[in-house]
Design a protein around this ligand. Structure first.
Ligand code: SF4
Ligand code: SF4
Length: 126
Protein backbone atom coordinates (compact mmCIF):
# COMPACT_ATOMS: atom_id res chain seq x y z
CA UNK A 1 0.00 0.00 0.00
CA UNK A 2 1.45 3.33 -1.11
CA UNK A 3 0.23 6.36 0.83
CA UNK A 4 0.66 9.84 -0.63
CA UNK A 5 0.32 12.96 1.52
CA UNK A 6 -1.37 16.05 0.13
CA UNK A 7 2.07 17.63 -0.37
CA UNK A 8 3.13 14.99 -2.92
CA UNK A 9 -0.13 13.62 -4.28
CA UNK A 10 0.03 15.72 -7.45
CA UNK A 11 3.52 14.53 -8.39
CA UNK A 12 3.96 11.73 -10.98
CA UNK A 13 5.88 9.62 -8.47
CA UNK A 14 4.54 6.22 -9.50
CA UNK A 15 5.49 6.71 -13.15
CA UNK A 16 8.89 8.05 -12.11
CA UNK A 17 9.59 4.97 -10.01
CA UNK A 18 8.48 2.62 -12.80
CA UNK A 19 10.73 4.38 -15.32
CA UNK A 20 13.71 4.74 -12.99
CA UNK A 21 13.57 1.17 -11.70
CA UNK A 22 12.64 -0.38 -15.05
CA UNK A 23 10.14 -2.72 -13.47
CA UNK A 24 6.37 -3.02 -13.77
CA UNK A 25 4.19 -1.91 -10.86
CA UNK A 26 0.73 -3.44 -11.12
CA UNK A 27 -1.90 -1.05 -9.69
CA UNK A 28 -4.73 -3.02 -8.06
CA UNK A 29 -6.72 -0.08 -6.71
CA UNK A 30 -6.31 3.66 -6.33
CA UNK A 31 -8.09 6.34 -4.35
CA UNK A 32 -6.70 9.84 -4.78
CA UNK A 33 -7.90 13.39 -4.25
CA UNK A 34 -6.28 16.71 -3.42
CA UNK A 35 -5.93 15.73 0.24
CA UNK A 36 -3.77 12.69 -0.55
CA UNK A 37 -4.30 9.15 -1.66
CA UNK A 38 -3.62 5.46 -1.47
CA UNK A 39 -2.60 3.03 -4.19
CA UNK A 40 -2.53 -0.73 -3.68
CA UNK A 41 0.14 -2.25 -5.90
CA UNK A 42 1.58 -5.63 -6.71
CA UNK A 43 5.35 -5.61 -7.21
CA UNK A 44 7.46 -8.53 -8.41
CA UNK A 45 9.22 -9.94 -5.37
CA UNK A 46 12.63 -9.84 -7.03
CA UNK A 47 12.33 -6.06 -7.43
CA UNK A 48 10.36 -5.30 -4.27
CA UNK A 49 13.24 -4.02 -2.12
CA UNK A 50 14.50 -1.44 -4.61
CA UNK A 51 11.01 -0.32 -5.66
CA UNK A 52 9.91 0.13 -2.03
CA UNK A 53 13.07 2.11 -1.32
CA UNK A 54 12.49 4.29 -4.39
CA UNK A 55 8.96 5.15 -3.24
CA UNK A 56 10.13 5.85 0.32
CA UNK A 57 12.96 8.06 -0.97
CA UNK A 58 10.31 10.16 -2.72
CA UNK A 59 8.31 10.64 0.46
CA UNK A 60 5.70 7.93 -0.06
CA UNK A 61 4.67 5.88 2.96
CA UNK A 62 4.87 2.18 2.06
CA UNK A 63 3.04 -0.44 4.08
CA UNK A 64 3.92 -3.99 3.11
CA UNK A 65 0.95 -6.26 3.60
CA UNK A 66 1.61 -9.09 5.97
CA UNK A 67 1.09 -12.35 4.10
CA UNK A 68 2.16 -14.97 6.61
CA UNK A 69 2.27 -15.01 10.36
CA UNK A 70 4.69 -16.95 12.53
CA UNK A 71 3.73 -17.97 16.04
CA UNK A 72 6.99 -17.88 17.97
CA UNK A 73 5.46 -19.89 20.82
CA UNK A 74 4.79 -22.82 18.49
CA UNK A 75 8.08 -22.54 16.57
CA UNK A 76 10.81 -24.98 17.58
CA UNK A 77 13.46 -23.42 15.29
CA UNK A 78 13.84 -26.63 13.34
CA UNK A 79 14.74 -24.74 10.14
CA UNK A 80 12.50 -26.73 7.80
CA UNK A 81 10.93 -23.49 6.57
CA UNK A 82 14.30 -21.77 6.21
CA UNK A 83 15.63 -24.21 3.67
CA UNK A 84 12.42 -24.22 1.62
CA UNK A 85 11.71 -20.48 1.43
CA UNK A 86 12.51 -19.23 -2.10
CA UNK A 87 12.62 -15.58 -0.98
CA UNK A 88 15.04 -15.93 1.94
CA UNK A 89 12.27 -14.48 4.09
CA UNK A 90 12.95 -17.04 6.82
CA UNK A 91 16.44 -17.10 8.26
CA UNK A 92 18.31 -17.97 11.41
CA UNK A 93 19.50 -15.07 13.54
CA UNK A 94 22.66 -15.05 15.67
CA UNK A 95 20.87 -16.92 18.47
CA UNK A 96 19.83 -19.66 16.00
CA UNK A 97 16.23 -18.50 16.22
CA UNK A 98 14.19 -18.58 13.02
CA UNK A 99 12.97 -15.11 12.09
CA UNK A 100 10.50 -14.03 9.42
CA UNK A 101 11.13 -10.95 7.26
CA UNK A 102 7.59 -10.11 6.16
CA UNK A 103 8.74 -7.67 3.50
CA UNK A 104 10.49 -10.46 1.58
CA UNK A 105 7.62 -12.95 1.73
CA UNK A 106 5.67 -13.75 -1.42
CA UNK A 107 2.93 -15.58 0.43
CA UNK A 108 0.12 -14.98 -2.06
CA UNK A 109 1.68 -17.37 -4.55
CA UNK A 110 3.82 -19.44 -2.23
CA UNK A 111 2.90 -20.87 1.15
CA UNK A 112 5.69 -23.47 1.06
CA UNK A 113 6.66 -22.78 4.67
CA UNK A 114 3.13 -23.43 5.86
CA UNK A 115 3.22 -26.93 4.42
CA UNK A 116 6.76 -27.53 5.68
CA UNK A 117 6.04 -26.60 9.29
CA UNK A 118 5.21 -29.64 11.37
CA UNK A 119 4.19 -27.61 14.42
CA UNK A 120 1.79 -25.37 12.44
CA UNK A 121 3.67 -22.31 13.63
CA UNK A 122 3.19 -20.52 10.30
CA UNK A 123 -0.09 -19.65 8.66
CA UNK A 124 -1.14 -17.70 5.60
CA UNK A 125 -3.21 -14.61 6.27
CA UNK A 126 -6.20 -13.39 4.28
S1 SF4 B 1 5.13 -18.06 2.16
FE1 SF4 B 1 6.87 -18.64 0.82
S2 SF4 B 1 8.03 -16.73 0.58
FE2 SF4 B 1 6.69 -16.44 2.36
S3 SF4 B 1 7.95 -17.02 4.12
FE3 SF4 B 1 6.79 -18.84 3.47
S4 SF4 B 1 8.16 -19.98 2.08
FE4 SF4 B 1 8.94 -17.86 2.28
S1 SF4 C 1 9.23 -25.08 10.13
FE1 SF4 C 1 7.90 -24.26 11.76
S2 SF4 C 1 8.83 -24.97 13.66
FE2 SF4 C 1 10.38 -25.19 12.06
S3 SF4 C 1 11.55 -23.25 12.15
FE3 SF4 C 1 9.93 -22.98 10.62
S4 SF4 C 1 8.22 -22.03 11.78
FE4 SF4 C 1 9.64 -22.91 13.27
Amino acid sequence: MLRFSKEIVDRPITSQVILEQGTPVNILSAHMNQQGGEILVDIESAHADKVIKAFRDKGVTVDVRKLVEKDDDKCIDCGACVSICPMDALTFDEAHTVVLDEEKCNGITCGLCVDACTTRAIRLLG
